[in-house]
Every structure is written in structure tokens, then in C-alpha cells.
Design a protein around this ligand. Structure first.
Ligand code: MG
Length: 373
């Protein structure tokens, strides 16, 4: 019987948060939930907490509760924190968790996109683990178990291609938000679904992978894999490949990260020969997915480039969903903000990263109003 580990769930009312609570029930997990947070869905948070018994709750749209949550995380009275907050807002919680030396199950990829270098350094210093909840990175984490890092030749991230993968390229310009939100394989929140259609999500995942697995951009390649069954692959120096596979269901990477290094039995839909009978891999068409190159560009630039790319994309996707920006303009706007970073923008501290985030949002809004003028 495993010892009880205390778990904090941030972003509890979101897709990943709700799914996590469901899995914990089904898997008879030894994890004990001690705190939940949500941004502003007070009623849903109260109802999730009510089902658990005694847990602390934090509504982080309230600044006092946001500060109280940071204090709680820094005190370290828990073993594991699942950060499933959406967007750059998740970064301070990741930092507080790792600073306390507690393990971080990370569904908030923005933390690493914004401050990968600072966070991985902090984790090394305090001995905390960063366990990816992103399906691709959870796959690579599993493929690398027991592997010598110098034996890695290449990481292959797979991408579904998103909701518009078969739309003629000339029609992309006029795509509506409803159409771009209709993802073929994964059920996810609106921002990540749009990011999946542009492939900005994969661009951010390239940055995330370089930080998590300490590889340069040259050692990462992205492939379109329509079935979302191969979650990612590692090629080793001897040419041998390892792939991690499973149904496209976030329950698997969540279950893995929460209980690592243990594997828990869970009543999830597992191997089904019909699902696995046809698996395809295709090279990326850069004309269809110009956003992907921005991820590689951001890794090569380093510094605050990840933070800037993410912030520009958050603003652009919001504008697209509101009908204020056209689909192809999401990537154009992100590219123009990324390429306008001043040479001497500092990138030494978390404050520098947050300043870059603020700067990029202002740049993106300015570019947006210029487009609308
Ligand atoms: Mg992913």
C-alpha cells in the first residue's frame, strides 16, 4: 500500500482539473486532495470541494486569495501540486511550488514556455521534480525512463494537425471560430483548440520539450499524426525508436504524472486493435502551419522569446474568438511581436519574464488596433 501523498489541484474547474478529480475517484488513488483553486467559477469550485470533504479553496480572481494561495504553496505542506491553470497566469504558482521543493505535475505548459530556464534551475536547486501532464511530454518522459541523455538523437513530437488539417489552404483565411474549435480527436479548452488548429500549441510544446529534456531545437522534430495514438517518440543514437501509445485521452498522462513512478490500475479504455490498426505519420507542411517555425525561432533566440510568443498568442487567440482577428492573422501578429523584441531585453529573473509578458501583450494590442484602423 502506498503512503498517502497530499495533492493540490490548481485550475480545478477546468478540463484537466475536473478530469483529474474523476480519475482520482476511479483509480482509488492514494493521493489526498488538500487544496483546490479556480479563477472565478466560485460555485463550481465549492461543489468540487464539497464532494471531497475538508479541503482549502482559493478563488484566484480575488487578489487576497491569490496571495494566500502563493503563501500556502511556498509553505510546502503537500507533496505534489497539479498546475492546470490556463495561460501565463500559471507561472507564479509553478515557481512557488518548486521553490518549496514540492513536485510539480505540470499541465500549464506556459510555465516552461515563459521561464523554462529559471524553473528547471529552481527544481534542480530544491530537488523538486517537474512531471509533464502534456500528452506529448508525458510520452517522451516515459520513453526516456532509464535512458542515458547522451544517447538521444531526436525527440519526435506528434501533432494531430488540428481542426482545419484537411481544409484547402486558400480557405484558411476565412475560417470562423466555430469551425476552428471543432477538434477531431481531443476535447480541450478553447485557447488550446485554436492553438492546435494554427499549430501554435506545438510551437509552444517545442519550447517546453527543449527545457524539460535539455535538448537544443535541432534535436526536436514535429510530425502530423492524425490518429493521436502515438503521443510522441524518441530516436536514440543507434537509430532505435521508442514510442508511447494510447487512446487520445488526457486521463492517461494525468494518471501517470500524479502517481509517477508508480503505475496505478484505472478503468480507462486501453488497447483496442481497431483504434490502433492504421497509424500514419506525415511531415509538416510549413505553408499550412507557419506558426510552428515560431517555436523553433523562440528557442534559438532564448531569453524572453518564449514569454513574448505566448503572450502575443494569448492576445491574438482572444481577438480571433471575439471575431476581431482573422485566422491567418493570429500567426502573423505573433511573428511580428516576436521579431520586435529589443536586443537588450533582460531575461535574468522572474520579474524580467513577467515584464516581457506585459510588454508583448501591449505590443500585440497595438498591432491589433493598427489592423482594425
Ligand atoms: Mg500536448
Amino acid at each position: 500500500m502506498s503512503a498517502t501523498r497530499r495533492l493540490v489541484i490548481l485550475g480545478a474547474t477546468g478540463t484537466v482539473g475536473v478530469q483529474t478529480l474523476r480519475i482520482l475517484e476511479q483509480a482509488e488513488s492514494p493521493l489526498e486532495v488538500v487544496a483546490l483553486s479556480a479563477h472565478d467559477r466560485a460555485e463550481e469550485l465549492a461543489s468540487l470541494a464539497g464532494a471531497l470533504g475538508s479541503v482549502s479553496t482559493y478563488l484566484t480572481s480575488d487578489l487576497d486569495q491569490h496571495d494566500a494561495l502563493l503563501d500556502f504553496l511556498r509553505q510546502g505542506d503537500y507533496e505534489l501540486c497539479l498546475n492546470a491553470v490556463v495561460g501565463a497566469a500559471g507561472l507564479p504558482y509553478s515557481e512557488a511550488t518548486l521553490a518549496a521543493g514540492c513536485d510539480l505535475a505540470l499541465a500549464n505548459k506556459e510555465s516552461l514556455v515563459l521561464a523554462g530556464e529559471l524553473l528547471t534551475r529552481l527544481a534542480r536547486a530544491t530537488g523538486a521534480a517537474i512531471l509533464p501532464v502534456d500528452s506529448e511530454h508525458a510520452a517522451i518522459h516515459q520513453c526516456l525512463l532509464g535512458a542515458d541523455p547522451t544517447a538521444i538523437r531526436r525527440l519526435y513530437l506528434t501533432a494531430s494537425g488540428g481542426a482545419l488539417r484537411d481544409l484547402p489552404i486558400r480557405e484558411l483565411a476565412e475560417v470562423s471560430p466555430e469551425r476552428a474549435l471543432d477538434h477531431p480527436n481531443w476535447e480541450m479548452g478553447p485557447r488550446i483548440t485554436i492553438d492546435s488548429a494554427t499549430m501554435m500549441n506545438k510551437a509552444l510544446e517545442v519550447i517546453e520539450a527543449c527545457h524539460l529534456f535539455h535538448v537544443p531545437a535541432e534535436q526536436v522534430q514535429v510530425l502530423v499524426h492524425r490518429q493521436s495514438v502515438i503521443h510522441s517518440m524518441v530516436e536514440f543514437v543507434d537509430g532505435s525508436m521508442l514510442a508511447q501509445m494510447g487512446p487520445p485521452d488526457m486521463a492517461f498522462p494525468i494518471l501517470y504524472a500524479l502517481h509517477y513512478p508508480e503505475r496505478r490500475p484505472a478503468p480507462l479504455q486501453g488497447f483496442d486493435p481497431a483504434l490502433f490498426s492504421t497509424l500514419t505519420l506525415e511531415e509538416i507542411d510549413p505553408e499550412r502551419y507557419p506558426a510552428l517555425a515560431l517555436g523553433f525561432e523562440a528557442v534559438r533566440r532564448g531569453g524572453v522569446a518564449g514569454a513574448v510568443l505566448n503572450a502575443a498568442d494569448e492576445v491574438a487567440v482572444e481577438a480571433f474568438l471575439a471575431g476581431d482577428l482573422r485566422f491567418l492573422e493570429i500567426t502573423e501578429l505573433c511573428a511580428s511581436v516576436l521579431r520586435s523584441i529589443p536586443e537588450d531585453f533582460p531575461a535574468h529573473t522572474m520579474d524580467d519574464v513577467l515584464a516581457a509578458d506585459t510588454w508583448a501583450r501591449a505590443q500585440a494590442r497595438e498591432a491589433l488596433s493598427a489592423l482594425q484602423a
